[in-house]
Design a protein around this ligand. Structure first.
Ligand SMILES: C[S@@+](CC[C@H](N)C(=O)[O-])C[C@H]1O[C@@H](n2cnc3c(N)ncnc32)[C@H](O)[C@@H]1O
Length: 248
């Protein structure tokens, strides 16, 4: 896609690649019971890895951090070294569409805001194969939070992610794909603002100066600003839901 390098330049400098926060990661992890002492964990679409570091602190396990953008993996490793958890994090630069792990090989699969890149339903199928018996899957996903939504917001989702569903439909999908839902909760609005949109706005201001005469770059930043505005205007109608489930 044209302008992708400006998109990546923006995202390389953000604490996260999507909405989320450490408290929500900890809360979701709290629903996993009777894990082995050293669980084998896969973090799909880990990005710069804020949640990966949390998983390393919450468990004694090894975390395979998978993303197909190497600069995110480099940032993650730099931060892991700072936090002293680097020995338990294995970086894997691979597309989630081509994951080559053995079936039945993970105790936990984690994916905050990323599984939809392989199609949410397809993602569940693949994770079901990769998880050990009774293994856990925890994911966040964009959801509709109101039965009907304003037209401009409908247009936004039709263009960006027509597959977006409400919580009930996602739960039905989870159950149809062989999982038992253990818990779900909506991420707080602060997790959109503090780690995501506020740093993004700040970074866009800097990059708009750097690329003041570059039409393509400015278009990319304008699209991101549009998304931020949509969130501020319509955040009562959609959000991110954490779904925590167990393979059956
Ligand atoms: C919305 S970000 C979420 C990042 C991180 N989980 C977080 O919550 O901060 C989605 C991530 O998925 C990664 N990604 C997108 N397509 C991918 C693919 N086909 N295979 C692996 N990773 C992919 C992107 O590079 C990005 O880091």
């Amino acid at each position: 896609m044209e302008g992708m390098q400006y998109f990546y330049e923006l995202f390389r400098n953000l604490p996260r690649g999507g909405p989320g926060d450490n408290q929500s990661t900890r809360k979701a992890f709290g629903y996993l019971r009777n894990l082995p002492f050293e669980p084998r964990i896969l973090d799909i679409g880990c990005g710069p890895g804020m949640q990966t570091l949390q998983l390393a602190k919450l468990s004694n396990g090894t975390i395979i951090a998978l993303d197909n953008y190497q600069p995110f993996l480099d940032i993650l490793m730099r931060n892991a070294i700072k936090e002293g958890v680097e020995k338990r994090i294995i970086l894997k630069n691979q597309s989630m569409l081509d994951m080559d792990f053995n079936n039945n090989s993970f105790d936990v699969i984690w994916s905050e805001g990323a599984l939809y890149f392989m199609g949410f339903q397809n993602g569940f199928k693949r994770c079901h194969q990769l998880l050990k018996k009774n293994g856990y899957l925890a994911v966040t996903e964009a959801v509709l939070l109101a039965p009907s939504i304003p037209e401009p917001l409908q247009k936004f989702w039709d263009a960006g992610y027509p597959d977006i569903k409400d919580v009930k439909s996602n739960i039905a999908l989870i159950q149809n794909e062989g999982f038992e839902l253990l818990a779900h909760f909506t991420l707080p609005k602060s997790s959109w603002i503090d780690n995501y949109y506020s740093p993004m706005e700040k970074r866009i201001d800097e990059l708009k100066k750097k690329y003041h005469d570059n039409t393509i770059a400015l278009q990319v930043f304008a699209e991101c600003e549009k998304e931020i505005k949509i969130y501020h205007t319509y955040s009562d109608y959609f959000g991110y839901e954490f779904f925590i489930m167990q393979k059956r």
